[in-house]
Design a protein around this ligand. Structure first.
Ligand code: PGA
Length: 223
């Protein structure tokens, strides 16, 4: 069965109180659907409380981090090791273009992070900016996010996103699930998820407003 991933990437936005308010508004509205996978990715400092709130409310939502360390636990100041993050997260966004651009993250580092995630039972979601960016073989969830579309209000066309997703699946295997990200909104989301090779959305700006995020879920899943 094709999954429908709807993933909120808060980036460096929202303090703890704001994130918990968001979870309070979105969580109770989610219904159990076997193929629907809703994930919230707040900043590191909110992960513990968010995970707790979702558990207590029994909300149908997973928790993700926006990065993780390429190293095991140890003397790596400032890093969050996968073995520690595992307490709170189910998934980790890796290789986002903002990390590649601003923090000099390389394909090699992304590959190490994927290994760490898998070793600790965290689903790695690797972001690629085109079909030529490598996806480590063990990773089975990727997001095609063209840089021109991120935060610009200028999304790629659903047809082109579908072509890139198909190229990635042809290259890495049909079991690779490919999401689209870049200026996805409640107005255009359906056109992307209706594409044969697209299994959901990674959403930045439009995920920050809980009502807009719920609208996206509703549009895409029809619940
Ligand atoms: P955007 O960001 O939805 O704000 O374009 C998407 C992303 O960077 O994951």
């Amino acid at each position: 069965m094709k999954h429908l991933w709807i993933i909120a990437n808060f980036k460096s936005n929202k303090n703890l109180m704001e994130v918990l308010e968001w979870v309070e508004q979105v969580g109770p509205k989610l219904v159990k659907g076997e193929n629907l996978k809703v994930v919230v990715c707040p900043t590191f400092s909110s992960l513990e409380e968010v995970a707790k709130k979702i558990k207590v409310g029994n909300y149908q939502m997973l928790v993700g981090s926006q990065d993780l360390s390429p190293f095991e636990e140890g003397a790596y100041t400032g890093e969050e090791a996968a073995s520690i993050l595992k307490q709170f997260v189910d998934l980790a966004i890796l290789g986002h273009s903002e990390r590649r651009q601003n923090f000099h993250e390389t394909d090699e580092m992304v590959a190490k992070k994927v290994d760490e995630a898998i070793a600790h039972d965290i689903i790695p979601l690797v972001c690629v900016q085109g079909s030529d960016v490598p996806i480590p073989g063990k990773c089975k969830l990727a997001a095609y996010e063209p840089v021109f579309a991120i935060g610009t209000g200028n999304p790629d066309t659903p047809e082109n996103a579908n072509l890139i997703a198909k190229a990635l699946k042809d290259k890495y295997g049909q079991d690779l699930e490919v999401l689209y990200g870049g200026s996805a909104t409640s107005a255009n989301c359906k056109d992307f998820v209706n594409q044969e090779n697209i299994s959901g959305l990674l959403i930045g700006k439009s995920s920050l407003d809980p009502q807009e995020f719920l609208k996206i879920i509703k549009e895409c899943s029809g619940f």
